[in-house]
Design a protein around this ligand. Structure first.
Ligand SMILES: Cc1cc2nc3c(=O)[nH]c(=O)nc-3n(C[C@H](O)[C@H](O)[C@H](O)COP(=O)(O)OP(=O)(O)OC[C@H]3O[C@@H](n4cnc5c(N)ncnc54)[C@H](O)[C@@H]3O)c2cc1C
Length: 375
């Protein structure tokens, strides 16, 4: 008979809750989840505009900053397996034409509720406990001044993207005590602040084909809705651009080229203007105003990029704990019985369910390793 093992999980977000739910199936594990907030799953609830796009059926490894690692993970734990897991837990899902999967309720709270329904007494969630210190001593993990000494520690405390007040420092500061290699955190899936930008466009929403260039190199091109802000531009298509922008070693001299005739890349604007003598029927009124003041190429409205919007306005962080610290099971290579999951790691993907897939899949893989390991 297996002896009881004590597992500590830091963070009750997407990956922490998924892991705890999975481990709740194993009676010989006592799991304590520490969450600094009063409520669990805050970012998961905010995901997908409150609908939570929980994964994508057509995930491509090259849409992450770590394609080789993701190619392997997708083999070990493909999206179908995640879909089956959610179905087994009673979550009814729907998907759209682009493979994006949502809870059928279209309500992110449903996912949090399903993941935090443990129906077992050996999972304990301790909220309002902001972990400050973890330490490995005599084959046990010590977490703050908790009386329980843990056999296994799982770090799932996410990243500061999207949720924190501007000046909060030392997020995940407790990790410093482990001296893990952490790559600088930068905003990804964020809009862009633009140089020489006409503020008059603020509030304009339109569809467009957007291309990101660095010098003469086309980095990424995508079509979708864009929103002009006071000092820059946002929208899913632009946020995806920012993920590719972050991957550049030195993201200087970058610009966005916007083709406003998205329905026909080569739409003949000159003939249209010749016949109609008015831009009003072609462009959003704010863009039409701008055109009248200063005519531009409707296939190539160019803006130079100053930077992305800051981390607190981003959906994910680029950077985090270096993948060299873990193996394919998300176990630390340096510390015994330590696992690191989700957005704490230096993995980020584009919009469309990529980041929640990673949080859930990392938890699934680690859970099966933990349940099968003797310690
Ligand atoms: C606005 C928004 C919309 C998004 N929409 C989508 C989407 O639709 N689809 C998608 O795939 N991704 C989306 N994402 C990204 C996705 O939500 C994250 O990548 C995912 O939640 C990461 O999961 P995680 O478990 O690693 O971290 P989190 O879900 O952030 O969980 C970490 C938990 O740890 C807790 N914690 C932190 N430090 C400590 C500590 N010291 N002690 C105790 N607890 C601690 C936090 O409070 C938190 O509850 C969105 C993100 C944002 C901000």
């Amino acid at each position: 008979m297996n002896r009881t093992r004590n597992i500590a999980v830091v963070g009750a977000g997407a990956s922490g809750l998924f892991l705890a739910k999975k481990l709740s199936e194993v009676r010989s594990l006592n799991v304590t989840v520490f969450e600094k907030n009063r409520q669990v799953g805050a970012k998961l609830r905010a995901s997908g505009g409150g609908k939570a796009n929980i994964f994508n059926r057509n995930i491509r490894p090259d849409h992450y900053n770590q394609p080789a690692f993701l190619a392997n993970l997708l083999k070990i734990y493909p999206p179908e397996q995640l879909e089956n897991q959610f179905a087994a837990w009673g979550l009814v899902t729907i998907s759209d034409d682009e493979g994006r999967v949502y809870p059928a309720t279209q309500f992110s709270q449903t996912v949090v509720d399903v993941l935090s329904d443990f129906s077992s007494d050996h999972i304990r969630i301790t909220t309002e406990h902001d972990i400050q210190h973890v330490e490995y001593k005599m084959d046990k993990w010590i977490v703050d001044d908790e009386p329980t000494k843990f056999d296994t520690l799982v770090l799932t405390s996410g990243s500061p993207a999207g949720m924190i007040p501007k000046n909060q420092k030392g997020y995940n500061g407790y990790v410093q005590s482990l001296s893990l290699k952490v790559n600088d955190l930068k905003p990804s899936l964020a809009g862009f602040v633009l140089k020489d930008y006409p503020k008059s466009l603020s509030g304009c929403r339109t569809k467009a084909i957007v291309s990101l260039y660095q010098g003469n190199n086309l980095i990424h091109k995508e079509s979708g809705e864009i929103t002009f802000k006071d000092d820059g531009i946002s929208g899913i298509v632009v946020m995806n651009m920012s993920a590719y922008y972050r991957r550049l070693i030195s993201p200087n001299n970058c610009r966005l080229e916007i083709n406003l005739t998205y329905w026909d890349e080569n739409f003949d604007t000159n003939t249209y203007l010749h016949n109609n003598r008015n831009i009003n029927g072609l462009l959003h009124p704010k863009l039409a105003d701008l055109y009248r003041q200063n005519p531009f190429d409707t296939h190539r409205l160019v803006f130079r990029i100053a930077d992305t919007y800051p981390l607190e306005g981003a959906q994910v962080a680029h950077g985090g704990i270096d993948l060299a610290e873990i193996d394919g099971n998300f176990a630390s290579k340096r510390f015994k019985n330590l696992y690191i999951l989700g957005e704490m790691l230096d993995v980020d993907g584009v919009c469309g369910g990529y980041n929640l897939y990673f949080a859930f899949a990392s938890a699934a893989v680690a859970a099966s390793k933990i349940r099968n390991s003797g310690i």
